[in-house]
Design a protein around this ligand. Structure first.
Ligand SMILES: Nc1ncnc2c1ncn2[C@@H]1O[C@H](COP(=O)(O)OP(=O)(O)OP(=O)(O)O)[C@@H](O)[C@H]1O
Ligand SMILES: [Mg+2]
Length: 143
């Protein structure tokens, strides 16, 4: 990516920071030619990724979450990284309805992230952490 602008944020795994993260990214993304619907898509994806780091990455423990975003004239790339438990089986984690906390959660966060963003990659290592990289294309810039 021929980066034009970027930002980096680090915050603790408190659930209040889900709202903070999605709002910060929405303001950053508003510099680009996204529609309000596309900004909403991005907000949902960020909320899901950051919630996953808070809930699954760290459970009740304290940890830090790194949020980075950058764009060029064609796309916005956002990454959400934690240094927590990691995902044992990414293919299974991505299945609709799969969750490790069935009493509380629906197992749809990763499905929403794939639905609302154009490209998604997930890297995870047990006891090391998880990094989700999401790209939203800028429609007016695609040929
Ligand atoms: N950052 C992460 N660290 C560790 N495990 C994760 C992480 N993100 C996702 N997972 C695992 O992948 C599963 C599926 O995630 P997904 O977001 O799709 O569903 P969920 O979080 O369980 O439910 P929902 O998002 O609907 O509340 C989780 O239940 C969890 O086991
Ligand atoms: Mg989730």
């Amino acid at each position: 990516m021929n980066t034009k602008n970027w930002m980096k944020l680090e915050f603790p795994s408190e659930s209040v920071n889900v709202l903070f993260a999605r709002t910060a990214v929405a303001v950053f993304a508003s510099q680009l030619e996204f529609t309000l619907d596309e900004i909403e898509d991005i907000k949902v994806a960020i909320s899901e990724a950051v919630s996953n780091s808070v809930i699954h990455g760290y459970h009740e423990d304290y940890g830090t979450i790194l949020l980075e975003a950058r764009y060029d004239h064609t796309k916005l790339e956002i990454s959400v990284e934690d240094f927590g438990h990691g995902i044992p089986d990414i293919v299974q984690a991505k299945e609709a309805g799969y969750t490790t906390v069935p009493q509380e959660r629906m197992g749809l966060g990763l499905v929403f992230i794939h639905e609302y963003m154009n490209t998604v990659s997930i890297n995870s290592q047990l006891a090391k952490g998880t990094k989700v990289v999401m790209i939203k294309n800028i429609k007016s810039a695609q040929e």
